[in-house]
Design a protein around this ligand. Structure first.
Ligand code: FDA
Length: 307
């Protein structure tokens, strides 16, 4: 019951100001977002890749309000790519981007977002890696898929995310699986109405498995974004049945969530990619992590009252 309330708060400016300013918030935020600057995050990248993990990097931020902020977002990714080029990690460290951070919701937002994300994709390609377009709320997805298709003309390894809770996603998965895309499948983290999305965990989990089966049997590269142990074992079985080798799909989990499992899967020979977010505009990302698990909220609340 708490999840939808927290997700509503994630879009409230008043709550954003209140929570972002609370001095004790940082300790809890650090669990999910291990740095604010490139200087903070480069040692984290070195540490995690040194442990055999692969990464997808997210500069936190979304729902910008001026075109100038899209330029700032683009430059933040370009700075990161420039800083890691000498580490020569190639595809082991890719980028994840939210198009709303590149101006997608502004006037002429589709063109603005495409113009700002393209240089990031080009820079990523220049160091041998790729970009994946995150999925945000359902109203943004037609534009996201169109940008994905456009970018793939020059950079066919550009990936995108699909969300199992959306009723549209089974059809999207069939299309993307047939055209050989890199696709991350997740359950979905936004507050969506029943007119477009399944509402119960049972329905969402069942849809996830159906979609995963389509991706595994298709021509593309499935990226299994989930911490759910049941999904992880079903994915291994579906990969086996589809005759996929370990380098023909990958697991992805978020930094700070089930970290032992990241290492366990990597040690078993799976490709395991950790979605690692950093930056100062962490409010929306952090609130979605709270909404996913009520225990996080209790931990956060205890920190707020100093216990
Ligand atoms: P589920 O919610 O059923 O959780 C299974 C178990 O995982 C829980 O019992 C708990 O142990 C653990 N767990 C899950 N979330 C936790 C949390 N926040 N804190 C502590 N433990 C937690 N969504 C989206 O809409 N668009 C996107 O682009 C992305 N991108 C993305 C990338 C990657 C790599 C991942 C892993 C996830 C996303 N998501 C996302 C988020 C996704 O939609 C979903 O909200 C979370 O992954 C939680 O769902 P699970 O599949 O983990 O299952």
């Amino acid at each position: 019951m708490l999840g939808p309330v927290i997700l509503a708060a994630s879009r409230s400016d008043r709550m954003r100001r209140l929570i972002s300013a609370a001095p004790v918030t940082k300790r809890v935020v650090d669990r999910f977002i291990p740095g604010e600057t490139v200087d903070d995050i480069v040692p984290v990248i070195e540490d995690l890749t040194g442990k055999g993990l692969e990464l997808t990097m997210d500069v936190v931020g979304e729902d910008i309000t001026t075109p100038g902020q899209a330029t700032i977002a683009r430059d933040a990714y370009l700075e990161l790519i420039d800083r890691i080029k000498d580490l020569e990690l190639g595809p082991r460290v890719e980028m994840s981007v939210k198009l709303s951070m590149f101006g997608q919701a502004l006037e002429h937002g589709h063109e603005l977002a495409l113009a700002h994300v393209r240089p990031v994709v080009e820079a990523a390609a220049s160091i041998g890696t790729t970009v994946t377009l995150d999925a945000e709320d359902h109203t943004t997805l037609d534009s996201m898929f169109a940008i994905h298709e456009e970018l793939r003309k020059d950079f066919p390894r550009t990936g995108c995310v699909i969300q199992a809770y959306l009723l549209r996603t089974e059809a999207d998965a069939r299309r993307l699986a047939a055209d050989g895309s890199r696709v991350r499948i997740v359950k979905g983290a936004y507050k969506e109405p029943a007119s477009v999305a399944y509402q119960t965990k049972h329905e969402i989990d069942r849809a996830y498995v159906r979609i995963l089966k389509t991706l595994m049997e298709g021509e593309g590269y499935p990226m299994i974004g989930s911490h759910d142990p049941r999904i992880v074992s079903i994915a291994q079985e579906l990969a086996r049945r589809a005759g996929r080798k370990p380098d023909e799909y990958e697991f992805q989990m978020l930094y700070g969530i089930r970290s032992e499992e990241h290492l366990r899967l990597a040690a078993e020979g799976h490709r395991m990619r950790v979605y690692t977010a950093y930056g100062t505009d962490w409010y929306g990302y952090f609130m979605r992590r709270l909404a996913e698990k009520p225990a996080n909220l209790r931990f956060f609340a205890r920190s707020m009252v100093g216990k």
